[in-house]
Design a protein around this ligand. Sequence first.
Ligand code: G6P
Length: 486
Amino acid sequence: MVSEHGAQVLVASNRGPVSYAVREDGTLDARRGGGGLVSGLSAIGSDEDSLWVCSALSDGDREAVRRGAGEPGVRMLDIDADVHADAYNGIANSVLWFVHHLLYQTPLEPSFGPEFRRQWEAYRTYNRAFATALAEEAAQGATVVVQDYHLALVPGMLRALRPDLRIGHFSHTPWAPVDYFRMLPDDIAEELLLGMLGADRLGFLTTRWLEAFQGCCGAVLGSYEVMTYWPKDATPSVGFRTPDGRFHRTLLGVHGLGADADFLRERSQRPDVAERLAGLREQIGGDGERKVIVRVDRTELSKNIVRGLHAYRLLLAEHPSWRERVVHVAFAYPSRQDLAVYRDYTAEVSRLAAEINEEYGTEGWTPVILHVKDDFARSLAAYRLADVALVNPIRDGMNLVAKEVPVVSDEGCVLVLSREAGAYAELGEDALVVNPYDVVGTSEALLAALTMPAEERAERTKRLAAAATALPPGAWFLEQVEALRN
Ligand code: G6P
C-alpha cells in the first residue's frame, strides 16, 4: 500500500486550498484561497514533498476531479454528494459544531434518532475516504496533519491502515465541556474520542480546549484504563488501553494560531483597500468626526451578532448624546447557507439592523451599516478605520478578527472581546472583556471603549498587535510538524 514516491508531509481538510466553477463556455475557473495552512505548507518545501487532501465541495469541484484538472500538490476527493452532505451539513455542522459551541436549545434538541444514525454512517464513510487516500499517498514514515471536527475519525482509521505514519490532528474549534459533550450517544462519543486518539499528537488553540478534551476522555472512556496524567512527564497526554490490549499514548499540545502581520500590513495598503476606505467613509458621513464600531464575521450562530446589535441599540437608547456621533459597521458574511437555521439567523441580523436604523436613523446618519456580501478588501478597510472592534462570540476556537484588527488599525483600536473566544487567553489583558450573554455589560463595554483616552488606546493596541502576531501561520504549522517528527 505504501506509495514509492509518496508525499513526506500531508494535510487533510474538508475545504481545500482551491475551488472550481464551470464557466458558461464550459471551461474551469480555479480559485486559490489563502490562510494559515497555505503559507504553512509552502514553508515546508517543494510541492513534490507535500500533498493536501481535501473534498470536492461543489459541482464545479466534482467536474474538475472528473476531468483530472487538479492542481499539483492537491488531491481532491470526489466523495458522493449525498454522503458529503450528510457528513458535512448533517454531522459536522449540525451536531459537532453545535456540541463544541454550546448552541443547542436543549428543551427540544438535540434528539438523536435513526436519522442521526444514518448520517453518522455517512460521516464514517466520508472519514474513511480521507483515510484511504492518505494511506495511498503517504511515503513511508511521512507526517500527516488532519484538520478539524469534520475529520475526527481519520486518525484512528489511518493508523489502522498505516501504523508507520506520524499522525497529528488539529482542532480549530473549541472543545465541548464534558457535560455538554455527553449529550452525544455514549457509543458515538466513545467512537469520536477513540478516532481522535488514533493520532500521535493532537493540537488545540488554547489550554482551555485541550483540558476540555482531556476531561471528556477521562469521563467517557472509563473502560479503556484512561490516564490523563503522566507521572514524571509534564507533557499533557491521554493514555489508554486499545481494544486489542496494547497501551497507546497520544500527546496533546497548544498552538495558538496568530495573525500574519507581514501579509496583512502589505495587503491593507493596496489601492483596492484605499478605494473601499473612501466608500465606507462616505457611508459613515459626519465629516470624519463620527466614531466607528466595527465587527466582521462569517454569519455563524456562534458569533453572537444579534446580541451585539442589542448592546449597540441599548447604548443609543441610554446615551442619547452618542446618537449621530457613532456608527456601527457590521459585516456579516454568509456561511453554510444550506442549513435553514443559518439562513434564519442571517435574516434576523438583517431585520434587527433595519429596525435599529428605523428607530434611530436621521436624515444624515445611518446608525448601522450592514454588509452581507463577502469582500476581503472592504474588511481590511473597516479594520483600518475602526475605533472599536466588537468580537463577542458565544464561544470561538480562536477568532482571528480579534487578532487582525489591532495589526491593521490605522490609529489604534479598542478591542471589546468575549471571554469565551480562544483569543481571550492571549489578548484578554489589553481588551475590554465581556460575558457574551450579558447585553448590558457589552453595552457598557462599548461605551467605555468609545470614551477611552487616545493614549491608552494606542498603548493597548501596540501590545495587542504584538500578542496577536506571536505565532504567525507558517510558524504555527511548522511547530506542529516538528513536534510530530520528534
Ligand atoms: C470556521 C472554523 C474552522 C472550520 C471552518 C469551516 O472557520 O473556525 O474550524 O474549519 O469554520 O468552515 P466551512 O465554511 O468550511 O464550513
